[in-house]
Structures are given as structure tokens and as C-alpha cells.
Design a protein around this ligand. Structure first.
Ligand SMILES: C[S@@+](CC[C@H](N)C(=O)[O-])C[C@H]1O[C@@H](n2cnc3c(N)ncnc32)[C@H](O)[C@@H]1O
Length: 191
């Protein structure tokens, strides 16, 4: 049994703009909800505090972030993390010459699931999947959650999972789907 968390906070310098008062017309991925303290994510300290909290409170965790905050995060992370890449095939043009088509995920596996020889099935550190359909800015597609949880070695029903920034609820819904699959197969096995 492991205590796991997925943290998908407002990305660095996008807190107030995407999730603060006055959001609602952000082009591309639809609107989001409003959080009264969204602006704290525009400062480095909130992101550093999040890493420290996750490291203290959880056996394993994953953080979604933007490429431009990778250096900030890695400076705060313990050395035994993985940087994984979500290749969003349908990245939106942002007005820059270079179109951003990927997002990092920083992953820290539980101690007993790290290193070589601990599993026969492995998970790629690259996910090639389009972003979810427009509707909630920052929502993650179900394949993203399954990929992250596979990399954490998630054991549905045995591990606990906290979705720290639920937003649209897409992460928890995908995790619930994994749990239902396992529960369904054990139900069939016992019948
Ligand atoms: C990137 S979105 C999460 C998206 C979610 N994983 C999904 O798939 O829909 C970040 C969420 O954090 C919320 N949020 C903003 N500021 C916050 C704060 N200070 N504390 C907690 N949540 C906050 C936002 O309102 C938003 O729902």
C-alpha cells in the first residue's frame, strides 16, 4: 500500500490569468473554474512549497507543469525523480515562432517501486496523446492519468490516491475507471 498524489496546479505565472477572477475567455481550451487564491501560483514559492509538501506527505507523486517552470521545479525536487514528457500533438499556437507541443510531468515513485528489476512491465516516459477536448482549461485526458498512474505503479484498491487539484474532475474519473476495471475483474473471479 502506498500513499500517492497527483498534483496538477495552475502552471507557473498562469494562476491569476487562467483561474483567477476575470478568467473565462481564455482562447483554445475553454474556460475553467475560479479560485480566490489562484494568484499564488504566479510566484515561485507556491510551486516550491508544493514539492516539499508532496515529498513529506506522500510515498509517490506526480506534478504536471509547464516547460518554462521545469528548472524552478527541478531545483526543489529530490534527486530521485523522473521527468516524463507528454507530447500533446494538438498544441495550440501561442503567438511564438516555436509552438509548444509538450508538457513535462515530474514523477517520484514510491521507494519500493524505483530502480531496475522491480517490474516486468515498463511504462514509457513519453506519452503521445492529444489534449482533451476543449471545455475546461488545463483538464487532462484520461490517457494522461492512466500513464502517470502506471508509472507510479498504482495498485487500485490497495494504494490511496489524492487528486490535489481536481478542476474538471477528469483525473479522479480516470483513476476511478482503473479501480472499476480491477474491481470488476475480481468480482468476476469470485463468482
Ligand atoms: C490545471 S487545473 C486542474 C485540472 C484538472 N487536473 C483537470 O483535469 O481538470 C488547476 C486547478 O487548481 C485550482 N486552483 C487555483 N488556485 C488554487 C489554490 N490556491 N488552491 C487550490 N486549488 C487552486 C484551479 O481553480 C483549477 O481547478
Amino acid at each position: 500500500m502506498a500513499r500517492l498524489a497527483i498534483a496538477d496546479p495552475p502552471y507557473y505565472r498562469r494562476g491569476e490569468r487562467w483561474y483567477g477572477n476575470g478568467n473565462g475567455d481564455w482562447s483554445g481550451n475553454g474556460t475553467a473554474d475560479v479560485h480566490p487564491e489562484a494568484g499564488i501560483w504566479d510566484s515561485p514559492g507556491a510551486h516550491i512549497d508544493l514539492v516539499q509538501r508532496l515529498t513529506v506527505e506522500y510515498d509517490g507523486w506526480a506534478i504536471a507543469l509547464s516547460p518554462d517552470s521545469l528548472a524552478l521545479y527541478l531545483a526543489a525536487c529530490p534527486p530521485d525523480v523522473h521527468v516524463m514528457v507528454w507530447h500533446r500533438r494538438n498544441g495550440m499556437p501561442g503567438g511564438n515562432r516555436v509552438r509548444r507541443c509538450w508538457e513535462p510531468v515530474i514523477l517520484r515513485q514510491p521507494a519500493d517501486r524505483r530502480g531496475r528489476g522491480v517490474v516486468s512491465m515498463t511504462t514509457s516516459d513519453v506519452l503521445d496523446a492529444p489534449a482533451g477536448r476543449p471545455g475546461f482549461a488545463g483538464a487532462k485526458p484520461a490517457s494522461w492519468t492512466r500513464w502517470v498512474l502506471d508509472a507510479l505503479g498504482y495498485a487500485p484498491g490497495a494504494d490511496t490516491l489524492d487528486d490535489l487539484f481536481p478542476g474538471s474532475g477528469a483525473v479522479s474519473a480516470a483513476a476511478d475507471g482503473m479501480l472499476a476495471l480491477v474491481s470488476g475483474s475480481s468480482d468476476r473471479g469470485s463468482g
